[in-house]
Design a protein around this ligand. Structure first.
Ligand SMILES: [Zn+2]
Length: 463
């Protein structure tokens, strides 16, 4: 914005100019129903910027019923006559904007809220949604497991929502391009533990219930939020490097883990802090729950959630995501290799660190394992398409890309590049072009041919 020449003439002229500007302003319009991601046109929402979520949820594992109230503080990014939130089939009983009742309509997972008065661009406002029902997890072709989102367990619930299932349990702008901080309050039957992101603010029993309050004060993508509830053995402390750690393990799994989750979490958090830059969050940890139907683990912010798979290499992968995916998030889902390629490469780095196999040998093993005519080589890593966004090529060819880059620019430049990337985009969003630019700047080399071959072209590259 720049001051106009007439505004310098005096108060009267300023007032007149302002009046003219107001008179000429276009009428407020509806915010877009999506944030503009071609893979998920309806995901996220336009017209506002989410700043802070206050999630208040009560869950009854007996009936499976969730009762919730979400208060979102947001800033209007245009003059808004109405705006959307994303929420699956749960029933909404009340919507308020700035404490006053607001009208709402629903169409699929889009909730359109019309405040009594339009919201001016730049204005901060709150929207509160009171809702409840029995959440349904999502299924379908995108993820490996048969279900994801809000998943009922024998003693509570396991919550893991990548990429689009936060809407199974709270209303939001459900896209990583719109990150926010969180307060998460969980009411559960007494004796169960509610585990969430960030740090524990308080927990107490009243009546038959346990109330637990968590706060994530670093920006977080919606899919990384959790409110996992169940019987847990909790172990807390600090890593040798000094990061607070909180590990919750379902007691029925106590003897089925082939790994010391607490020890590996502590060691990997500290080692990645040396390689990738300072640990980005206030606490590290793990949630280990008995949910075989999920069939996956997720890099839940500050506490990865493990269901079926629990081994050292999975733990180091999910912890690497705290830098690559959680702190530095994708702006569009087509860039998912910036999460999965890096976390897979971290597994190779871990093996190198342990002295079991060099990253070069991991690269060769992955490369040689797939003949040139394998379907694996037909995925374009930097735009894998929605239903194949978690294809193994995104992981393995993504990691191969990083090893090819390392061998081209040398260890010195490569191990400056990784922490520079996490520092430059800390708590924000970035895309593949940003990474290519930074790699070229730090190495002083033209790298288009390398990235074109590995990320933007199908077919098996020649070595
Ligand atoms: Zn991953």
């Amino acid at each position: 914005m720049a001051l106009s020449r007439s505004a310098r003439l005096g108060t009267l002229a300023t007032a007149a100019a302002s009046f003219l500007v107001i008179a000429a302003a276009p009428a407020p319009t509806a915010g877009a129903p999506g944030i503009g991601d071609p893979y998920f046109p309806q995901l996220g929402n336009g017209g506002f910027d989410a700043r802070h979520y206050d999630l208040d949820i009560a869950y009854d594992p007996g009936t499976g019923r969730l009762d919730g109230r979400t208060t979102l503080t947001a800033r209007a990014t245009q003059d808004l006559s109405s705006f959307d939130l994303d929420l699956q089939q749960l029933e909404i009983t009340k919507v308020e904007v700035d404490g006053r009742r607001a009208q709402f309509t629903r169409d699929g997972d889009e909730v359109t809220v019309t405040p009594r008065r339009a919201l001016a661009e730049g204005r901060e406002f709150t929207v509160s949604v009171t809702y409840g029902g029995i959440p349904e997890p999502l299924g379908g072709p995108i993820v490996f497991g048969s279900k994801y989102g809000w998943m009922k367990t024998a003693d509570g619930v396991f919550v893991a929502c990548e990429p689009n299932a936060a809407s199974t349990w709270f209303p939001s702008s459900d896209h990583p391009a719109d990150k926010a901080t969180y307060d998460i309050r969980i009411k559960s039957p007494q004796g169960l533990t509610g585990v969430s992101n960030g740090r524990l603010v308080s927990t107490y029993d009243r009546g038959d219930s346990t109330y637990t309050h968590w706060r994530e004060s670093r920006p977080m993508a919606t899919y990384l939020a959790t409110a996992t509830i169940g019987k847990f053995d909790v172990q807390t402390g600090r890593t040798p490097g000094g990061t607070p750690i909180y590990v919750a393990i379902d007691p029925v799994l106590k003897n089925s883990n082939n790994v010391d989750v607490y020890a590996v979490t502590a060691a990997a958090t500290d080692y990645w802090s040396q390689v990738f830059g300072p640990y980005p969050f206030e606490e590290t940890g793990a949630i280990v729950d008995d949910m075989p139907e999920a069939g996956f683990s997720l890099e839940v912010q500050s506490k990865p959630a493990y269901s079926a798979v629990r081994n050292e290499t999975t733990i180091v992968h999910e912890l690497a995501h705290q830098w690559f995916g959680d702190s530095v998030s994708v702006d569009r889902w087509k860039d998912i290799w910036l999460n999965e390629g890096f976390a897979t490469y971290a597994q190779w780095l871990w093996a190198e660190h342990q002295g079991t196999r060099s990253a070069h040998d991991s690269f060769l093993a992955a490369y040689n394992a797939r003949p040139a005519d394998a379907a694996f080589w037909q995925i374009k890593v930097a735009d894998p398409q929605r239903d194949t966004m978690f294809a193994s090529a995104v992981y393995q060819r993504g990691a191969m890309t990083l090893q090819a880059l390392r061998e081209r620019i040398g260890d010195k430049a490569f191990f400056r590049l990784l922490p520079a990337w996490t520092r430059l985009h800390r708590y924000g969003n970035a895309d593949t072009a940003d990474f290519v630019r930074l790699a070229e700047r730090i190495s002083g080399q033209q790298l288009d041919d390398l990235f074109d071959t590995w990320l933007f072209t199908t077919g098996k590259p020649t070595l």
